[in-house]
Design a binder for this molecule. Structure first.
Ligand code: SAH
Length: 205
């Protein structure tokens, strides 16, 4: 049923569909929400954040065109679910989260479930240390008013970045940037709704 819903909504990449089937989303949501884990909707997680709806996770993953040799950066680890999906398709995933509580929980969960090629880092994805990167793929899972130059600079030539861009409250557009030899190509994909990307490591847990 889960795969069928994703297919019906237009996901066609077999590796992505298989991975969506394999990663146990019920173990990334609150215990109280387990029954709803395979419905196509976003669900609340700790710290007032959300785990994205399965279609959006599948769609962003498909658009990212991840290969086994790729190093991937995610901004916004949240539950760790998107990182788990990416880790099955990529060589290595670094995912950054500004809430310590979420970062610690995601790290423990991913470790326990055996996603050993994912690293969870507490930090501000809008202001990463200079020595982080470069990456073949970058995925941002929080809404940005614009894509910071210092993220684009961390893309390898031939690299792809996907981010929801638009106002923090309301609808954003998923943007895909492809870094070529000569410059950056920009494509608008679909409308989405994400929680905002906020600056700095969160002070609260
Ligand atoms: N990808 C997640 C869902 C992301 S929700 C999943 O699969 O569950 C967006 C997340 O981005 C939230 O956890 C939020 O705390 C985080 N976030 C927002 N701004 C950030 C920033 N500047 N750096 C790192 N993480 C950020």
């Amino acid at each position: 049923m889960f795969q069928l819903t994703l297919r019906r909504r237009g996901i066609s990449d077999q590796a992505v569909l298989r991975t969506m089937e394999e990663v146990p989303r019920e173990l990334f949501v609150d215990e109280a929400d387990r029954e709803d884990a395979y419905r196509d909707s976003a669900l609340p997680i700790a710290c007032g954040q959300t785990i994205s709806q399965p279609f959006v996770v599948a769609y962003m993953t498909e658009q990212l065109q991840v290969q086994k040799r790729h190093r991937v950066l995610e901004i916004g680890a949240g539950s760790g679910y998107q990182a788990a999906v990416l880790s099955r398709l990529a060589g290595h995933v670094l995912t950054v989260e500004r809430y310590r509580r979420l970062a610690d929980a995601a790290r423990a969960r991913l470790e326990k479930l055996g996603y050993h090629n994912v690293e969870v880092m507490l930090g501000d994805g809008l202001n990463l240390p200079a020595n982080i990167g470069p990456f073949d793929r970058i995925i941002v899972t929080a809404a940005m008013e614009q894509i910071p130059e210092n993220l684009i600079e961390r893309l390898e030539v031939g690299g792809v970045l996907i981010a929801p861009v638009g106002p923090h409250q309301g609808v954003q557009t998923l943007i895909r940037l492809t870094r070529g030899e000569a410059g950056v190509e920009r494509k608008e994909l679909v409308d989405v709704r994400f929680v905002p990307a906020l600056p700095g490591v969160a002070r609260e847990l």
